[in-house]
Design a protein. Sequence first.
Lengths: 130, 125
Amino acid sequence: MSESMPIVTSQDVVLARQTVRKLAQETGFGIVDQTKLVTAISELARNAISYGGGGELQWERVSDNGKKGLRLTVADRGPGIADLELAMKDGWTSGSGLGMGLPGAKRLVNDFHITTEVGEGTTVVVTKWK
Amino acid sequence: MERIPILRMGTFLLVTIQIEMDDRIALRLQEDLTSLIEKTGARGVLLDLSALEIVDSFIGRMIGTISAMSRILNAKTVVVGLQPAVAITLVELGIALAGVKTALNVERGMAILQAEDEEDSDLKE
């Protein structure tokens, strides 16, 4: 089962954080993993607004050999990322941020998958396993 | 829009963040705080983050900016009360809050501000 919510305003980033916190609690994650996942989503949701002109958060409960996890997708239909390798570097930013958003979010989850196409948008799928 | 209250305690300002902060509230706090430091001549700022459930790179940057701006205005900032899970996540995110003074709780943070303020006034005598 997968559900979604729009991410357009900075208030939506707060809502996305609350939604993911609740999902992570329901999945049975401890407080540290909950915090990591919520922080990762906060970074990705803000990116979707700042660089992608807004987007959507989707969530899905997943399992693998009895292992439970949470898979979250943040997608936008913005300009895409021209140099993905550069965007994944610590400290590099095209905007006014710290440049920790993408590489930082990657370190906070177990699986991190990003697809981007110039003129089409960017989709980031992250999974955290219990 | 919601606003984070800033309390005045003698020569110090106390900020306790009790609400879910969106980016605009965070930016407004920066502005409110700097103008209040200027207006009151405050010597220190105590930033109590014990109620924050997450600190992401944006809020992390705000903490660093507040600390740097208040230093320029001759006030010291001490950040207190970060939850352990938040501290772990911050470091993994790649934000170590370098140059930001921290203390475990409000009491210890206040003690740091008072000690430094006394040191400063001793130097003047």
